[in-house]
Design a binder for this molecule. Structure first.
Ligand code: MN
Length: 288
């Protein structure tokens, strides 16, 4: 098996391999992708081909142009998800804080994921860390950060049992599920432009020993707001993939956000978010 790899998208739709503090340009690998004509199949062609592209990526990374990681603009590691699936209230302590804080619950009942199952976010809300988060409501309403472990599906999946579910995951990254608090439907409040920040890059699934036990955190202007571990997920990563595949046909490139732990809070223009997941990476995101 090839060595695990961290794949990013950067600048003007370029593809890179991240090694320590450098990005190696392997954009030439995209020449191996099929030339598609309308109607194109659902899903992301790069992620669909990732397994077969990896030998070429590894070869190109030996000679590709190297740049300082800090000098590039990181885009979403997934270019064309057919859907972004997300888990509501999937950590017990986040349920507790949501019940206690009217600024989060807006007088509505807060229950666990077993009651809500899943929701979808618009694919047009997806950005990478370099694009930042745009605040849309300036009327005093809360726009909150939510840090989550995110994953991308690597092959078409339908009715996958829990025990097999993680085999369908191509890679992991950080997901920020940005949310306006209020009474509207989640699909409105969480789907505005820039409200799904994915990054800093995709870590191939073989590099992540156990996604069910990863530290994740986010700070705002240097102050830690959320700090938890995926072992406290109510529905495990595997269960989320399995359940999602029982509801929807999953296509390569489909993204699943696994839910946020306690500590959600408001963000405002000028804030700098720093999000990190153990074994995955870290990213800074500016609020505009
Ligand atoms: Mn969320």
């Amino acid at each position: 098996m090839e060595k695990a790899v961290q794949v990013c998208r950067f600048n003007d739709q370029r593809v890179g391999v991240v090694e320590e503090n450098q990005v190696i340009d392997v954009t030439a690998v995209t020449e191996l992708l099929p030339v598609l004509r309308w109607p194109v199949p659902l899903g992301d062609a790069f992620i669909a081909g990732l397994r077969s592209l990896r030998p070429k990526i590894e070869e190109l990374s030996k000679t590709g142009e190297r740049r300082d990681l800090r000098s590039v603009s990181l885009l979403s590691p997934i270019a064309n998800p057919s859907k972004v699936i997300a888990a509501p209230v999937n950590y017990t302590k986040h349920i507790d804080e949501s019940r206690l804080d009217a600024g989060i619950n807006f007088g509505t009942e807060v229950s666990a994921i077993d009651r809500y199952a899943l929701f979808l976010k618009s694919t047009s809300s997806v950005v990478g860390p370099s694009e930042g988060i745009q605040i849309h409501h300036h009327d005093g309403r809360r726009t909150d950060h939510e840090v989550e472990l995110a994953l991308v599906i690597g092959e078409k999946a339908r009715h996958v049992p829990v025990e097999q579910a993680l085999k369908y995951v191509a890679g992991y990254f950080i997901g920020l599920d940005i949310t306006i608090r209020g009474t509207e439907d989640r699909s409105y409040r969480k789907s505005l432009d820039t409200f799904t920040v994915l990054g800093p890059w995709l870590v191939t699934a073989d590099a992540v020993n156990n996604p069910e036990s990863l530290d994740l955190s986010i700070s705002v202007n240097g102050e830690i707001r959320q700090n938890a571990n995926t072992r406290d997920l109510i529905w495990s990563v595997a269960k989320l993939v399995s359940f999602a595949s029982s509801a929807y046909t999953l296509y390569p490139g489909d993204v699943i956000l696994t839910g946020t732990p306690e500590g959600v809070g408001p963000i405002k223009p000028g804030d700098v978010l720093h999000a990190a997941i153990q074994g995955v990476g870290a990213m800074d995101v500016l609020v505009r």
